[in-house]
Design a protein around this ligand. Structure first.
Ligand code: GLP
Length: 242
């Protein structure tokens, strides 16, 4: 059963998500935190930065593993997820960037890129808490609706709806990369805890399908119903159809 934390708005959702991450960071000697990109987690990252600045949170022993990266984008490209993480979190806290992992978008050989990221995840000793957002079609990381659940890191062709949704970060839809490397559903499910954050009425229908409908790779987030410790933190708009 997925636990649900219902919040009144995006601000409160961000606070609750940040609290769950902070508890995890404080509770482990060498915490391994799985991080997500997209607009949803930005508010939670802001909170974490605030607590770091107040001296309430220490990132010096934290290892992070990100969910995904566009294939073909270098980490210095300002549309890359590596750059997003620097900008929204890593540059503002005392994390050792050597221990912040994001799939290598510049690796042209998908097999090499995927194997290497699976190895990295394994070598961290496992993810203590994985943060997720959710796409409008129910995708988690870049695991798009499909006829099966992926096990490890894969190279995926982005769905048209995802390209459409993400074009706001690019000059035009044509510039959105068509492929991405993404952590597999199997690796996400292996995280000891999962926190999925969802905000906005435009995701209400998908929230209903993912958490109250059948578990199916057609709605990738629905697999989270089978995770032993998954918490959905969602605002009133996202929960409005329940
Ligand atoms: C992208 C990311 C996902 C993210 C999703 C939703 O496709 N790969 O990890 O969850 O967008 O983004 P947003 O939070 O902006 O709605």
């Amino acid at each position: 059963m997925v636990k649900i934390i219902a919040t009144k708005d995006y601000e409160e959702m961000s606070l609750r998500v940040a609290e769950l991450i902070a508890v995890e960071i404080r509770g482990h000697h060498d915490p391994v935190i799985g991080l997500a990109t997209g607009s949803t987690p930005v508010g939670a990252y802001r909170k974490l930065i605030e607590w770091y600045e107040k001296g309430e949170l220490d990132f010096s022993r934290v290892t992070t593993v990100n969910l995904d990266e566009y294939k073909g984008l270098d980490g210095s490209n300002d549309q890359s997820y590596r750059d997003f993480m620097h900008h929204n979190l890593f540059d503002h806290v005392n994390i050792d960037k050597t221990f912040t992992y994001v799939p290598d978008g510049t690796e042209e050989d998908p097999e090499a890129a995927c194997l290497s990221y699976d190895r990295i995840i394994e070598e961290t000793g496992g993810i203590d808490l994985q943060l997720l957002g959710m796409g409008h079609n129910g995708h988690i990381a870049f695991n798009e609706p499909s006829d099966h659940f992926s096990r490890g890191t894969t190279c995926v062709a982005l769905a048209e709806s995802t390209i459409e949704a993400n074009k706001r970060f690019f000059a035009s839809a044509d510039e959105v990369p068509r492929y991405a490397y993404t952590m597999g559903i199997g690796s996400i499910m292996a995280a000891r805890k999962i926190v999925i954050a969802v905000s906005g009425a435009d995701k209400a229908e998908t929230v209903k399908k993912a958490f109250f409908g059948p578990v199916t790779p057609r709605v990738p987030a629905s697999i989270l119903q089978f995770h032993p410790d998954c918490t959905l933190v969602a605002d009133a708009d996202a929960l409005s159809l329940l």
